[in-house]
Ligand binder design. Structure first.
Ligand code: FES
Length: 156
């Protein structure tokens, strides 16, 4: 469960980076680490404290795939979509994952149990295709192994 938003802690996070607009990406990463997503409240506060526009913050948030803007499900499944993994079947794996989990890429299932997200290289290219489930990276994941991993992480 993501931590509840707290404006004072948010200020502390921003101040840890000297409230410098040029460190916006690092600040957003720190927010993601704490809150798991960038809420509208966070965008407003970051913009205000860095003295930049909300559009500036939104621009950076939407540019990076890592910055989700809605709360994730209880489990987060990421499938690498970068070149090496694509060459080794990540598209087919993605189609299988969408079907098995009952959720489309970039979405959280209605029951809030699982979020399926793309990721662009997990640094595991030698063992493509790679997936990350609840922050743990797995390599050489075919559909059978994916099903096993899901079982290990609480089922589909
Ligand atoms: S391309 Fe998928 S782990 Fe590098």
């Amino acid at each position: 469960m993501p931590a509840k938003y707290d404006a004072q802690i948010a200020t502390q996070i921003i101040n840890n980076f000297g409230a410098k607009p040029e460190l916006l990406v690092q600040i957003l990463h720190a927010f993601i680490e704490r809150y798991s997503y960038i809420s509208e409240e966070a965008v407003r506060q970051i913009a205000y404290e860095l003295n930049i526009s909300r559009a500036d913050v939104h621009g950076v948030v939407s540019f990076y795939h890592d910055f989700r803007t809605t709360p994730p499900g209880n489990r987060v499944v990421k499938i690498c979509q970068a070149e090496s993994c694509q060459a080794m079947g990540s598209r087919e794996l993605t189609a299988y994952a969408e079907k098995t989990l009952g959720v489309a890429m970039n979405q959280t299932r209605d029951d809030g149990e699982v979020t399926l997200e793309p990721v662009y290289c997990l640094g595991n290219c030698a063992c493509s295709p790679a997936v990350m489930i609840d922050n743990k990276v797995y390599g050489r994941v075919d559909t059978g192994r994916f099903a096993d991993l899901l079982e290990k992480h609480g089922g589909a």
